[in-house]
Design a protein around this ligand. Structure first.
Ligand code: KG4
Ligand code: ZN
Length: 336
């Protein structure tokens, strides 16, 4: 059974094909990705209207590329999956519209996939996939959540951010330092030349006793520190970047360990764009090794948005029997 997946929630257009008949997990046959980052960089962030227009330009060529790489034809596709949200409305509409039209033309069903479920299940695309149950740390540009995951579709929220997401904290702090969009990878690169202990920045909710996060105060502290530095900022930028990263990572690691202790589970899955952060990976690995906890990550290039995770999540839902083709065939969902 072939599932075509389309992702278009923000500034990446992704298309992928998985074989959902493969055991024990759906198998990725091919995927194609186009990142709009260069286009949005000039504006310091994603411009929604430009994002939607670019998805329109890219999605069909990427679909052709995906099918060609897998040496399959569209007529062989059994289900067309697409990201139904959350995300930018216009951007989501492009993926949903194309998925629904393609499915209608092929006489096949469509399946809307939750973007975060895509991220959550993306480590199953790696060569060494996790086993259920596990704790998931979902850290993207829009979300920061800790979840207990007992199986496909069985998710319990343990804690989440009460204001900004971790990725947002990276991006907004980076912007204050004059770094290009998206700030996370740029800030993390600059931080390599800095001292993470140079500035003592707040670790919000570190000792709150629950698994919630808050990053808005950190951004304000970075702004205050940047203003205080004034002309010196340029010379101390690497130190400020390293200190910001250290604060974000310390909170993420501490709360993840809290979730492991609370659930008693021994497997942690990290997903979402911030999961690509090297300091987060090394600190989590070290802390978890000491406690006999296994940590799983998606492959580095599948941490940020992509079509493979959407096709995979759809395939895993089908395999788990959570979604029945017969039910899907009754009608098209258009749920943005
Ligand atoms: O998951 P994602 O691609 O999109 C959302 O669903 O939001 O995550 C994008 C976020 C951005 O905030 C970006 O700055 C951050 O992930 N990010 C990183 C790194 N790579 C991407 N943050 C820190 N370090 C990185 N290496
Ligand atoms: Zn995402």
């Amino acid at each position: 059974m072939l599932v075509l997946g389309i992702e278009s929630s923000c500034d990446e257009t992704g298309v992928a094909l998985v074989d959902a008949g493969a055991q024990p997990l759906p198998r990725l046959l091919s995927h194609a990705l186009y990142s709009q980052i260069d286009m949005h960089q000039a504006y310091g962030g994603v411009v929604p209207e430009l994002a939607s227009r670019d998805h329109i330009r890219r999605v069909l060529p990427l679909t052709r590329e995906t099918m060609k790489e897998a040496q399959r034809s569209l007529a062989e596709v059994d289900v067309v999956a697409y990201t139904r949200g959350p995300g930018l409305a216009g951007a989501l509409l492009v993926g949903a519209g194309v998925a629904c039209s393609l499915a209608a033309a092929l006489g096949k069903p469509v399946m809307g996939v939750h973007h975060l479920e895509g991220h959550l299940l993306s480590p199953f695309l790696s060569a060494d996939p996790p086993e259920f149950p596990f704790v998931a740390l979902l850290v993207s540009g829009g979300h920061t959540q800790l979840m207990r995951v007992d199986g496909v579709g069985s998710y319990e929220l343990l804690g989440e951010t009460i204001d900004d997401a971790a990725g947002e904290a990276f991006d907004k702090s980076a912007k204050l330092m004059g770094l290009p969009y998206p700030g996370g990878p740029h800030l993390s690169k600059l931080a390599q030349q800095g001292d993470g202990a140079a500035f003592r920045l707040p670790r919000p909710l570190l000792h709150s006793g629950n698994l919630d996060f808050s990053f808005a105060g950190l951004k304000t502290a970075v702004l205050t520190q940047a203003k205080k530095l004034g002309d010196e900022l340029e010379a101390r930028k690497a130190d400020l970047a390293a200190s910001t990263q250290a604060a974000i990572v310390e909170v993420l690691v501490k709360k993840s360990l809290g979730a492991m202790a609370q659930t008693g589970l021994k497997r942690l899955v990290v997903a979402g764009g911030v999961g690509a952060n090297a300091l987060l990976r090394s600190q989590l690995n070290a802390a978890c090794r000491q406690r006999g906890i296994r940590v799983h990550y998606p492959e580095l290039h599948l941490c940020t948005d992509n079509g493979a995770m959407i096709a995979m999540a759809a395939g895993m839902r089908l395999q788990a029997g959570l979604v029945k083709l017969e039910v899907l065939q009754r009608g098209y969902t258009f749920d943005v």
